[in-house]
Design a protein around this ligand. Structure first.
Ligand SMILES: [Zn+2]
Length: 463
């Protein structure tokens, strides 16, 4: 009886402690959040006083901005994960150049008709004329920083047809870093290490699915290897979304889906209970010039039926044209997330459908400005989606080509230009985890970790 009484008393005491602790903790966090919010606004004002208004994304390429308190705050911000980024442009421009220079088997064309083209060669005698080792090109300034910016980024792009400029940049970038599995693994590892430094816990990487499924499998293996390498130092997660192109025929798209599904079956995240490394499928490229999702409806619906573990994360509405209905079709297709959703402001009737279907909008603020969809962030429609209470996550798209640092610069830009409160920023970070394609177990782990990081971040900010 006494034992029972003591046990009951202990349980009550534990409960009282837990309730009390909970209240204290939540009060503490909310007080901290209020104080951190005021500090964040002071930092934004400091930035505005130092730099001209309105905010120009070009400011982010000015290294003096990187020393502002606000920029450091954005680096430290626990951002959750990156939901929309393409494998060919994971690194900031300077990091990409230092990666090229660090690899002895990457060569760059400095004379000829394709200046800046990167090439992988193991035998120096096999290197064509006009190419020099990347470390010489970059360190000896055969390719000055200014010249490299023109070759690997949108710097100097006229914006008349930015999609046209994409292809040559991809072609230059692709063969060096992606030329061998070893280089690809090192490239991925460098990106993951930088993400960890910038308080990013995971990345969902979009990779073009190859015609030969074994090449795609070997790329996935290298990504898993790179992730496991960085896991020796820090907790990090990665997933892959295989992509096709909106210019493909129906048969080609069908084939790419089959390849992605095949690879999904053949590689798992062994350190995370063998959960899926490959989690989804998407179709990319210029929506104004290519096929619509209406055109691909049957083949994508079939994908959903035949491969239920392969979810659809679709680029849709990345256009200024009201008549483009890709968002409507992406919703019909059961997409879990929609990339960009830029033109949805023409279709407010879709807001409710987005809400009811709990679809997250992958907002890539700096990408939209760089691609010329809006002239400044002030006129970016996705701030309206946040104010309408739609689930939004902030994403980077193509950091190398847009001369940005993944997520850090995007958060910096929206904090400055969208006048967000810290609680709105917090929601954006949390959404990236909630709407990720991580396994249930990984998601729970990442969220728990994020909550700890958030409290520490607030404490560090108010210090
Ligand atoms: Zn994209």
């Amino acid at each position: 009886m006494l034992k029972f009484f003591n046990t009951t008393k202990n349980i009550i005491l534990i409960l009282l402690f837990a309730i009390n602790h909970e209240i204290t903790a939540s009060n503490k966090v909310s007080t901290l959040e209020r104080r951190a919010d005021s500090i964040m606004r002071v930092m934004v004002n400091e930035y505005h006083n130092q730099y001209k208004k309105p905010f120009n994304y070009i400011n982010l390429t000015d290294s003096t901005v990187w020393n502002t308190r606000l920029y450091k705050f954005c680096k430290q911000l626990p951002k959750g994960g990156e939901l929309h980024i393409h494998s060919t442009a994971l690194l900031a421009f300077d990091d990409y150049c230092s990666f090229l220079a660090s690899q002895p088997n990457i060569y760059i064309q400095i004379e000829g008709d394709n200046i800046g083209h990167t090439l992988y060669r193991t035998d120096p005698y096999d290197v064509p004329a006009g190419y020099l080792p990347a470390r010489i090109c970059i360190s000896k300034e055969y390719l000055t920083r200014e010249k490299s910016l023109k070759l690997y980024t949108f710097n100097g792009c006229s914006h008349d047809n930015p999609w046209k400029d994409f292809q040559p940049i991809f072609r230059r970038i692709f063969n060096g870093a992606f030329g061998s599995p070893e280089n690809f693994e090192k490239y991925m590892e460098k990106a993951f290490n930088i993400y960890i430094e910038n308080n990013i816990q995971f990345a969902e990487i979009r990779i073009g699915s190859t015609i030969d499924r074994d090449i795609f499998l070997s790329m996935a293996e290298m990504i898993m290897k790179a992730c496991n390498n960085v896991r020796k130092k820090a907790d990090f997660h990665v997933t892959i979304i295989g992509t096709g192109n909106k210019g493909y025929s129906l048969e080609e798209v069908q084939k790419r889906i089959e390849n992605v599904a095949y690879v999904q079956q053949h590689i798992k995240d062994t350190l995370m209970n063998k959960c899926n490394l490959i989690t989804g499928f998407d179709l990319v490229s210029d929506e104004d010039k290519n096929h619509s999702f209406e055109y691909y409806y049957d083949v994508l619906k079939k994908c959903e039926r035949e491969y239920p573990d392969l979810k659809l994360f679709l680029h849709a509405g990345e256009t200024k044209k009201a008549e483009n209905n890709n968002i409507k079709w992406a919703i019909k297709l059961g997409a879990k997330r929609i990339g960009h959703a830029y033109n949805m402001y023409f279709h407010p009737e879709l807001y409710d459908e987005i809400r009811q279907n709990d679809i997250c909008i992958e907002t890539c603020p700096l990408s939209s400005v760089n691609l010329g969809y809006c002239t400044s962030l002030d006129s970016h429609p996705n701030i309206g989606y946040i104010h309408s209470g739609l689930p939004v996550a902030i994403c980077s798209d193509d950091p190398t080509i847009f001369e940005h640092t993944a997520l850090v610069d995007d958060f910096f830009a929206v904090i400055v230009d969208w006048n967000l409160s810290l609680s709105e920023v917090k929601q954006l970070c949390k959404n990236s985890i909630t709407y990720s394609s991580l396994s249930k177990k990984a998601k729970k782990k990442v969220m728990k970790d994020w909550e700890k990081r958030w409290v520490k971040f607030l404490e560090d900010t108010v210090k």
